[in-house]
Ligand binder design. Structure first.
Ligand SMILES: [Zn+2]
Length: 604
């Protein structure tokens, strides 16, 4: 049984069923673009930055392993790590996704284990109903004026937050949501002095509301836009207002529209980055669906890394004016740090994607995207400045480039940037390389406590085979060869492996770090079945032969020593033992071996 945060328990049998029915490939595909390779699928690891896909998923075994950073496990491990959830919540999330009812989810609270998602979902439904209802007239007019069709409004879940100030508070209270959850989710604010319903009021008032979802479509936050022409008292309210950060909502890590854009990004092999909610929605409505936006701030390294897992091609849209070019130049280091070169599509001056696509249509936007130039061009152009020959300017630009070079982990990218920069800025490439050598990576240090172990040998190989397959572990135990293991680490590991039972994935965790990739390869089914059986038999035979050789040597020494001191009885006993060892079926020939020992001595 597994203990949940709500105290609810999930039976092991239910967990097993969820694991069996869930598609690991489908879950991973939410965040990683996978390609088939043999019996598995591979993609860029979501847990570390990499250029070559080493993240491998086996649907058949329900197992993933990264050959780069060693992350591995089953569908629950993936969801736990990806979404920072505890085990029971990960089980619920996966069960939810595949429509599996867990016996206890209809527990005392009658809601999911994630109260913040629940309260956000309820708020989103409330806002949507308000947009469609009598209070939503002005907001509907505005939506229509922006040219948004009903299906688009539905697809992005647009809503309206009534202006009264306590509409949502009352609604959530009526549905028995704890006030604390609504406050943590950032939906309601507390008043300084007690007034209204329990001293709290709605954060979003008289605004068009954009639900912000995580990549799996759960509502985690909201953005709200003021309606045009509304009378304001005192300070004008900000045009856009976002939910505050919460346990669900990390502004710098999420992208608006990613849930809706994911399929299109995969299909088209590119992602388009725009600035605002309405840019995303207008482009998507026009048919360019692979569009996302950061959440009210400049795009971050984390956001770009997330995008990069889906596509290596990211085109950012900028206003074609001077400020837009400067913005493009400034964004380049962030792209590069995320392992992306990025491209910049410059719209005609004064346009944003929303106004542009509404006025000119999809074809014009496609042309603009097709003409996108590498971000590095805009960056170097900005660095070099209008007077490329100015000496001070060059030195400063070179210094800036070396600062960025130091942050680039990939040697290929460092090379490419150094070469381009040297060309554009007219400085020596070697000087840039020398100055821009990267700071040592902290994770490059060897792990403390990872003691060196002897490499190769039948014990190590047998451990690998046992860890990959519980049946091999059973077989090895039945054959009783573990006591013959020479190296204590391997003996301990073998014993541990026979004790983990039949969880096919537990073995990977038991073996020392340096064996995990090889075990994973076998779990992923990258070796042939017959080869495995033969390897097991060979290892067992080799370990036995080695023990036999050791025993034989020991007994011969003993016989020699006994003879030297004239102890005939001890000598005869050792001879008999030696005989049993060489031929377990018969002890009849003991005397004969004793008689032959002179010859053996001669050949030794
Ligand atoms: Zn990794």
């Amino acid at each position: 049984m597994s203990e949940g945060r709500t105290g609810a328990r999930i039976a092991d049998e239910a967990i097993r069923q969820v694991r069996e029915r869930a598609s690991l490939v489908e879950v991973v595909s939410d965040v990683v673009t996978l390609r088939r390779r043999g019996r598995s699928a591979v993609g860029l690891c979501p847990f570390h930055a990499e250029k070559t896909p080493s993240f491998t998923v086996s649907e058949e075994r329900g197992f993933f392993h990264c050959f780069g950073c060693g992350a591995h496990g089953d569908v629950f491990a993936f969801v736990m790590r990806m979404e920072s959830l505890a085990f029971p919540e990960a089980v619920r999330r996966v069960a939810d996704r595949f429509g599996i009812t867990l016996p206890e989810t209809a527990g005392p609270r009658g809601r999911t284990a994630e109260p913040l998602v629940a309260v956000n979902t309820a708020a989103a439904a409330f806002y949507q109903a308000a947009l469609a209802g009598p209070m939503g007239t002005a907001a509907r007019d505005y939506v229509r004026e922006r040219g948004l069709r009903d299906e688009t409004v539905g697809r992005f879940g647009l809503g309206y937050a009534p202006g009264a100030g306590e509409a949502l508070v009352r609604h959530l209270r009526g549905k028995n949501f704890p006030a604390e959850d609504a406050a943590t989710a950032g939906l309601v604010l507390r008043r300084d002095r007690p007034a209204g319903v329990g001293g709290v009021f709605d954060r979003f008032r008289d605004r068009l509301v954009f639900p912000i979802t995580d990549p799996s479509g759960k509502v985690v936050a909201f953005g709200g836009r003021v309606l045009p022409g509304r009378p304001t008292t005192g300070d004008p309210p900000p045009k856009y207002l976002n939910s505050p950060e919460s346990p669900l909502f990390r502004k710098g890590q999420m992208l608006y529209g990613l849930f809706q854009a994911r399929e299109a990004i995969r299909r088209t092999g590119r992602a388009v980055l725009v600035e605002g909610y309405l840019d995303v929605i207008a482009c998507a409505q026009a048919g360019v669906e692979e569009v996302v936006a950061p959440l009210g701030t400049a795009v971050t390294v984390d956001q770009l890394r997330g995008l990069r897992r889906l596509s290596e091609v990211v085109i950012a849209c900028f206003d074609g004016d001077q400020a837009g070019r400067r913005a493009a130049a400034r964004s380049f280091p962030t792209f590069l740090e995320a392992g992306l070169w990025g491209r910049a599509a410059f719209l005609p001056a004064g346009e944003d994607p929303d106004t542009f696509v509404r006025a000119n249509g999809r074809e014009a936007l496609e042309e603009c995207l097709a003409a996108a130039e590498p971000l590095v061009e805009a960056y170097l152009e900005e660095l070099a400045g209008p007077r490329r020959d100015a000496v001070g300017r060059h030195a400063e630009a070179a210094k800036e480039v070396t600062r960025i070079l130091r942050r680039v982990r990939s040697p290929f990218e460092r090379d490419a940037l150094a070469r381009l920069a040297a060309e554009r800025l007219g400085v020596r490439e070697e000087a840039l390389r020398e100055e821009g050598r990267p700071e040592p990576e902290p994770s490059a240090r060897p792990e403390p406590g990872a003691a060196p172990v002897p490499g190769g040998g039948p014990e190590e190989l047998l451990i690998e085979l046992m860890a990959a397959d519980p049946e091999v572990a059973d077989h090895v135990r039945a054959e009783n060869v573990i006591p013959d293991f020479v190296h204590p680490l391997w003996r301990r590991t073998a014993e541990a492996l026979t004790a983990v039972g039949h969880d096919p994935l537990a073995g990977v965790d038991v073996v020392p770090k340096q064996l995990r990739d090889r075990v994973a390869r076998r779990v992923l089914g990258e070796d042939a079945e017959e080869d495995r059986a033969r390897a097991v038999a060979d290892c067992i035979a080799a370990i036995r032969r080695r023990r036999l050789r050791g025993e034989t040597r020991r007994l011969r020494d003993e016989i020699r020593a006994a003879e030297a001191r004239g102890d005939a009885a001890a000598s005869a006993a050792a001879v008999r033992e030696l005989q049993r060892l060489m031929d377990p079926d018969s002890t009849q020939k003991a005397d004969k071996i004793g008689a032959d020992r002179e010859d053996e001595r001669g050949s030794d």
